[in-house]
Design a protein around this ligand. Sequence first.
Ligand code: FES
Length: 118
Amino acid sequence: MSVSDVSATPLIALERITDEGFAEVEGCIDGDHESLVLYREGDEVRGWLNICPHAGRRLDWAPGQFLKSKAGDLVCAAHGASFSLTDGECVAGPCKGDRLRSVAVQVHEGQVFLRTSG
Ligand code: FES
C-alpha cells in the first residue's frame, strides 16, 4: 500500500501497539490537534477521535489506558458506553446507536499514518 498519493502524518510505530490493544496519539484533524484512539488487529489499525458521543468525554480512564469488554468492545471510562471496534458504533450504553468519529489511518512499512486529503 502506498502513502505517496495522500498527505500522511506518521503517528506511531506499529510495534508500539499491542496486538488487539490500544494506543492514544495526537493528530491534526481539520487544523485542530486532537487526541485519537488507535486499535490494532494484526497488521491493521483503525482509529477514532478519543471523544465519546455521549457526553464528549475522553474514552480512556488515564492517558492511553482504554477499557475493553469481554465481548471485545471499547468501553468508555466515563459512563460505560460500549463501542464496536469494527465500525465504532455504540452497541450498548447511554448513546446506543451513535458512533465514534473515525479517522483515516493506514499502516505502511511498520508505521501508522494519519491520512489527510489534499
Ligand atoms: S461520556 Fe462516554 S459514556 Fe458518557
